[in-house]
Design a protein around this ligand. Structure first.
Ligand SMILES: [Ca+2]
Ligand SMILES: [Ca+2]
Length: 223
C-alpha cells in the first residue's frame, strides 16, 4: 500500500530561525505562528491540528495550533540531544480510498500532490523535469551554453536570446518566468540579466552573452 503523507509547507525563519511561519504550498497566505521564546529550534513537524518542534537549548518538545499559533503547550521536557522530530499517522481506509493520489499514484510517475479541490497534480524530484503530459518525469534536455533550457514541454532548448524577450517560446512559457527587471540606470542583456548602463559599448563585454557590445557604432580597443 503506498504511503500518503498529509503535509503543509512550513518555514523556519527569517529572524535567526526564531519564528514559525505557515503558508500554503505555493507560498501564499503567510502567517507568523510563533516568534517568541524559541531559542534553538532543531526540527518541526505537523500532526493533525498541531505544529510540534524541538527546542534543543530548552531541551523540550512544544506544540501550537498549526493554523492560529495559539494553545502553546510543552509536550515533553528534559529531552537532550534530540535533533529531529517526525510525525506519523495511520490514515483511515475510507479517507485513503478517496485521496486523489491513492489510485495509481494519481497517474504520476514520481510525486503526487493532492490539491484542496480533491484533484491531484504531479511533481518531480530534483534534477528531473515534468514532461508535457504533466504526469511523467524525465531527464532535462542537455542544452548548450548558448541555449536556455525550458522547464517542461516538448521544446527543450531555445536560443538564449529568446530568454526574457517578452514572447513565450517554451511550451510552458518558462523562458519568460523570473525575468529580472532592470532599473533605469541599467542595461538588460539579451539573455536577461542587468548590467550598469554605462557599460554599454565600452569595449569590454560585460553581459554573459556580450550583447552589451553588439551593434556599437564605435570601435574600442581594450588593453
Ligand atoms: Ca522568450
Ligand atoms: Ca560593456
Amino acid at each position: 500500500m503506498p504511503r500518503i503523507v498529509k503535509c503543509c509547507h512550513l518555514t523556519i525563519g527569517p529572524k535567526l530561525m526564531q519564528s514559525y511561519i505557515s503558508c500554503f504550498l505555493p507560498g501564499a497566505n503567510r502567517i507568523v505562528l510563533q516568534d517568541s521564546n524559541i531559542l534553538q529550534p532543531m526540527g518541526l513537524t505537523v500532526l493533525r491540528d498541531h505544529l510540534y518542534w524541538i527546542d534543543r537549548q530548552q531541551q523540550m518538545i512544544e506544540r501550537v495550533d498549526k493554523l492560529t499559533g495559539e494553545g502553546r503547550t510543552r509536550i515533553q521536557g528534559r529531552i537532550s540531544y534530540l535533533t529531529s522530530i517526525h510525525a506519523a499517522e495511520e490514515i483511515d481506509p475510507q479517507e485513503f480510498a478517496s485521496h486523489p493520489c491513492s489510485r495509481d499514484n494519481g497517474g504520476c510517475s514520481h510525486i503526487c500532490i493532492a490539491k484542496g479541490d480533491g484533484t491531484s497534480t504531479c511533481s518531480c524530484p530534483m534534477h528531473l523535469v515534468l514532461l508535457q503530459d504533466l504526469l511523467h518525469c524525465g531527464e532535462p534536455p542537455t542544452c548548450s551554453t548558448e541555449q536556455f533550457t525550458c522547464s517542461t514541454g516538448e521544446i527543450g532548448c531555445i536560443p538564449m536570446a529568446w530568454r526574457c524577450d517578452g514572447f513565450p517560446e517554451c511550451d510552458d512559457g518558462s523562458d519568460e518566468e523570473n525575468c529580472p527587471i532592470c532599473s533605469a540606470f541599467q542595461l538588460q542583456c539579451d539573455e536577461g540579466s542587468c548590467i550598469d548602463a554605462q557599460k554599454r559599448c565600452d569595449g569590454v563585454p560585460d553581459c554573459p552573452d556580450k550583447s552589451d557590445e553588439h551593434e556599437c557604432n564605435s570601435t574600442f580597443t581594450h588593453y
